[in-house]
Design a protein around this ligand. Structure first.
Ligand code: NAD
Ligand code: MG
Length: 402
């Protein structure tokens, strides 16, 4: 019998795709996990339903109006939930006593401060919010090491790599005996679309990922392969590898989630159906294995696995990300900010799909890069890059593909 108290969990971004999948796994293990805090940007009704089901101590909305509406929704069925609002409250529920695990499931730069707060408070950080690490890799990894946090990637590729590494791997240090790692990528919904048609694709088409159901921003990132670019940077920080030690491989079936090549020529892969509950349950249960709810993989039904090199003409964002990673300093934060602005503009149909990379490239050309040794410096360059990217969107210069 398990006599330990359940682990207290804060879910940052509980109404999103990662958040919902995490709650699905948690609900299968009521003896292991207790939800302490749930947070959302604006989906009051969805957060209210989650609060009624999981009865957390805290619920956080991004703004005060939404928090008031949530409080009203909870008055009858979950009156003990304390409703808070604002970015400071996100930091509080990520750092507070009684919280053992923090799922960093907010999308974009908005997740940086609470994810970092969780690391600085020595929590087990289940990292889905790759943008936080891309923006502040040095600070984030320092926080993990200095405050004894446990960093477990939830991104399926990085979680796969972790599963293929020796047990004594420490985050940020090059793993023993590893020659290189290979990140797999599905190629998104436009992998075989004639290049000439890319300029006219719609947000709905871009968000219809062939294998994964995800939030809209990461779905567009998958279609441009900026997602893989961000993941290369994420892998660099997590596994202490230079660019030369990381390869990107197109694998349209999304069955192999990534691979590790050892010096003896062995190639270890983690496989499974494309279901985020697998990496999430690995991160929640680690070092044990727990039930996730995912269907077992039927290899006979899969039949064949394909691999291709990514086409740089189809996916120019990948090269932009690699070049920002090589530049170092705040260049990845500038890249990330410009990408967030460009993707939002595409989703709002203000620019074409093929203009996303032009906005990012122009922003990188126009913004000065600084040392990424303080939050102030990173956040200042993030703000500046957003303003610059917005100008590029507005000027229309970026609208044509180049
Ligand atoms: P999503 O859009 O479905 O959900 C985002 C969550 O963040 C929501 O709960 C939303 O309310 C919250 N949020 C958004 N902006 C906020 C703000 N300004 N302040 C406070 N909360 C805010 O996104 P998702 O697909 O769940 O992705 C979340 C993160 O996980 C992203 O960084 C993504 O790259 C990463 N990730 C997702 C998947 C996936 O399968 N969905 C896989 C790997 C990595
Ligand atoms: Mg991924």
């Amino acid at each position: 019998m398990n006599t330990r108290r359940p682990a207290g969990v804060t879910l940052l971004g509980s109404t999103g795709s990662i958040g919902v999948n995490t709650l699905d796994v948690i609900a299968r293990h009521p003896d292991r996990f207790q939800v302490i805090a749930l947070t959302a940007k604006s989906q009051v009704e969805k957060l209210a339903e989650q609060c009624i089901r999981f009865q957390p101590q805290y619920a956080v909305m991004a703004d005060a109006d939404a928090a008031t509406r949530l409080q009203q929704e909870l008055r009858a069925s979950a009156p003990d939930v304390q409703v808070l609002s604002g970015a400071d409250s996100l930091v509080s529920v990520a750092a507070m006593q009684g919280v053992d695990f923090v799922m960093a499931g907010i999308v974009g730069a908005a997740g940086l401060l609470p994810s970092l707060a969780a690391a600085r408070s020595g929590k087990r950080v289940l990292l889905a919010n790759k943008e936080a690490l891309v923006m502040s890799g040095t600070l984030f990894m320092q926080a993990v090491q200095q405050h004894g946090a446990t960093l477990i990637p939830v991104d399926s590729e990085h979680n796969a790599i972790l599963q293929c590494l020796p047990d004594d791997y420490t985050p940020g240090a090059p793993p023993r005996g590893v020659r290189r790692i290979m990140l797999t990528a599905s190629g998104g919904p436009f992998r075989t679309l004639p290049l000439g048609k890319l300029a006219n694709v719609t947000p709905e088409q871009a968000c219809a990922h062939p294998n994964w159901v995800m939030g809209r921003k990461i779905s567009v990132d998958s279609a441009t392969m900026m997602n893989k670019g961000l993941e290369v940077i994420e892998a660099g920080w997590l596994f202490g590898l230079p660019m030369e030690g990381i390869e990107v491989l197109l694998h349209p079936q999304s069955i192999i989630h990534s691979l590790v090549e050892y010096e003896d020529g062995s190639l270890l892969a983690q496989m499974g159906n494309p279901d985020m509950r697998i990496p999430i349950s690995h991160a929640l249960g680690w070092p044990q294995r727990i039930v996730s709810g995912a269907h077992p993989l039927d290899l006979l039904a899969v039949g064949k696995l394909q691999f291709e090199a990514p086409d740089s003409a189809r996916y120019p964002c990948l090269a932009l990300a690699i070049s920002a990673w090589r530049s170092g300093g705040t260049a990845p934060a500038i890249l990330n900010a410009a990408n967030e602005v460009a993707v939002q503009a595409f989703l709002e149909q203000r620019i074409a799909f093929t203009a996303i990379h032009s906005v990012i490239r122009q922003t990188l050309e126009r913004c000065a890069v600084h040392e990424a040794d303080s939050l102030e410096s990173i956040l200042a360059d993030d703000v500046n890059a957003r303003a610059t990217a917005l100008e590029c969107v507005g000027s229309g210069r970026a609208v044509t593909a180049s």
